[in-house]
Design a protein around this ligand. Sequence first.
Ligand code: DGY
Length: 323
Amino acid sequence: MSKPRLLITRRWPKAVEESAMEHFDVTLNDKDIPLDIEDMRHALKSYDAISPTVTDILNAKAFEVEDVSCKILCNYGVGYSHIDLPSAEKLGICVTNTPDVLSDCTADIAMTLMLMAARRAGEGERELRAKKWDGWRPTHMIGAKVTGKTLGIIGFGRIGQAMASRCHFGFGMKIKIFSRSQVSAELLKRYNAEQFSSVEALLSESDFISLHCPGGTSNRHLINASNLAQARPELVLINTARGEVVDEVALANALENRIIKAAGLDVFDGEPSINPVLMSSPNLVMLPHLGSATRETREEMGFRALENCKAFFKGETPLDKVV
Ligand code: DGY
């Protein structure tokens, strides 16, 4: 029996590409540049399966194709707000993602940003490399203490919980949560956490906010000028979720006018383009979407995407079926 034709839209770690080739008739994107909408339309008509990533355009327009051959989009990544699910469903295309395997590393990057932003690590490194450091002094580059402070977590799925675990047990932080669904009493008790019913209330009671909710239209600009105005001036905002969750113009303004203290971003609206208003904020740390970027995790993401795809072609329900 011939193997299903699988398009892997970006290069994967070698071990996972090799495994993919054992089970599928694989096409790799040798140039490793994102596919455009026409490439994607063509792929939907030419392959049995596609493994896309966050850099692919799978909006409603991309699905306006006739004679679709693709039966599954086994996304390489946990977030799938780049995929228009109603269109996929309408065409009978199964969509899967890769949860669990990247929770620890994404929470680690949120911690990295939180500590860097609070302790002004980006500024410090820039000063030193620019040969502007003139030595230790009691008033030099004073940051914010992290240990024992209050962390507000927005979105309390696996990554939000991994963040709570690090901050509560490692840094003795008080945990407060905003989540649209009710978090179980057992889970709240584990982190001695309190659930809030509005983002505004959470912002007004937190020293740090870390975003762990999905992106997409429903959470677009969840953090905006109006709720940033409710924040404490000490607030440090961390985003490792999706760029569109934060109104970046409002954030730049809040940083510039000291409405909040600092921010750390790993994701950007329209990335890899960075809104120029962010570039000049000294109290902002920026990383190039590194949340899941460790060898172990990037391999596990690939293996998980392949498991979902293999299960599908065996006639089983993939473990991580989204639709
Ligand atoms: C994810 O898995 O969603 C990461 O952000 C990479 O897409």
